[in-house]
Unconditional design. Structure first.
Length: 248
């Protein structure tokens, strides 16, 4: 539903958003001013057990997190939607490292983990489940299809709202990671995350509440999110009220 609204906004941006459609997202506070919350983004170690990763995301109050290599490279996205077809008999796969779990799930390669080299490649969870939608039960998928399934799309602080709407709506994704390699202290250059919820809250003038602070830390790069500085500004009929936003 959210993505359908975002797609409609993208198709009618000039009429519904006016000049705001071509405003950089850094001026709209859709992810926070550059560098303000660069050290508060929840990120997952690719070598961490997948179960612990999801447990930490739950404790951090987020439904998705970027997977960042030890070298600081943004390599993938881990989301609760990756579990939508899991059954009790499948829980053993959550002991796999995050990178291997995602490589098998999307039939691609992450940091040396691949379907061909994994002992878990024939596990029923990865072989395909009824209604999975995003996985095929066939033995092979094309490289192009695999690449398309795991696209990790990023934006910058200078990306316009119009572009963000198109990226979210056209690609049917729920997270755009905002990257600014010039920001010191950030993880993989990450300075924020833009979601359909962020866009719709901005449009409605509804401030977002920060998620609860993480309940534990261990091997994950994370810190609690401080309350954002109010920057809401009423707009004319050509735009909407800009609310406070948080990294979700």
């Amino acid at each position: 539903m959210q993505l359908d609204i975002v797609h409609y906004l993208a198709a009618h941006a000039d009429r519904l958003l006016g000049a705001q459609a071509d405003a950089p997202i850094s001026t709209l506070d859709l992810y926070g001013p550059p560098g303000q919350r660069a050290d508060t983004i929840v990120s997952v170690d690719p070598n961490a057990p997948t179960l612990l990763a999801f447990d930490y995301m739950l404790g951090a109050g987020v439904s998705g997190a970027p997977v960042v290599s030890p070298q600081g490279e943004l390599v993938a996205n881990l989301s609760v939607s990756d579990l939508r077809c899991i059954q009790p008999e499948h829980l053993g796969v959550l002991a796999l490292p995050v990178a291997e779990f995602l490589a098998l799930l999307h039939r691609t390669t992450y940091l040396g983990y691949s379907q061909g080299g994994s002992k878990s490649k024939d596990h029923p969870f990865f072989a395909g489940s009824p209604g999975s939608g995003h996985r095929s039960s066939e033995a092979e998928v094309s490289a192009a299809a695999a690449a398309d399934a795991v696209r990790l799309i990023t934006v910058t602080p200078n990306t316009t709202l119009r572009e963000v709407l198109h990226q979210l709506g056209d690609n049917r994704i729920h997270r755009l990671y905002c990257v600014d390699p010039n920001v010191e202290g950030s993880c993989a250059g990450l300075v924020g995350v833009v979601t359909p919820t962020d866009v719709l809250c901005w449009l409605a003038g509804v401030p977002r509440l920060p998620p609860p602070p993480p309940s534990h830390s261990a091997i994950f790069r994370v810190s609690s999110v401080p309350p954002p500085t109010p920057t809401s500004t009423p707009l004319s009929n050509s735009g909407a009220t800009t609310p406070q936003q948080i990294v979700s």
